[in-house]
Design a protein around this ligand. Sequence first.
Ligand code: ADP
Ligand code: MG
Length: 222
Amino acid sequence: MQKERSKLLIKHQKGSKIAEQFRMIRTNIEFISKKRTLKTIMVTSTRPQEGKSTIIANLADVMGRQELKVLIIDADLRLPSQHYILGVDNSVGLTDILEERVVPEAVIQNTTVFNVDIIPAGQSPHNPSELLSKRDLAVLLESVKKEYDYILVDVPPVIVADTTIIAQEMDGIIMIAEENKTPKQKFHKALTALKSTHIPILGIILNKTKQDKSSKYYYYNK
Ligand SMILES: Nc1ncnc2c1ncn2[C@@H]1O[C@H](COP(=O)(O)OP(=O)(O)O)[C@@H](O)[C@H]1O
Ligand SMILES: [Mg+2]
């Protein structure tokens, strides 16, 4: 169990940049929640490998510790990784729900992270965009909203069509950028594409900052 936990966790030390950014996101979530429903949140970024999946798992961990019930849905059907980060089986998952082979209850798994459950991606389908466009995604989200305080959705980078399709079903979006790495123009293009969905952007997390990479920070290294 300890081994699994060490795969995901960023140390949230007081004063650390990442902890500060998580607090900012939490404050934005609380603020927006007062005005409208904010349960389904996706985390995306400009490019692969910027830390989307890592941030989701860590945000879920932080929320879980605050007595909030969280469901992670891995909707990165092309390159799923939440099952890997959280150490669960990925033989059935979101793909099977969208292909109407199973009911959601059959694929929701508990994790070793307190208050955090997961629907892993399942085996990668040949038509992810088409599957994610189906009503079934909205129906699934509606059905799990009753059981969870927050549903955090892991998705591909903005450039992949799946991401803007999923965005339509979200209450909010968190964007990740990699310090000194994410090309500014591409980032702004991605942000503009997201803004055109009119789904509120809850915040931008600057990931892999210098401080993160120092010895104070540890992360799972593949
Ligand atoms: N803050 C960070 N500092 C150092 N490495 C990180 C950080 N966030 C993520 N990583 C590492 O970067 C790689 C890509 O992260 P991942 O969350 O899979 O990105 P994405 O989901 O955007 O493709 C992983 O090996 C992960 O452990
Ligand atoms: Mg990912």
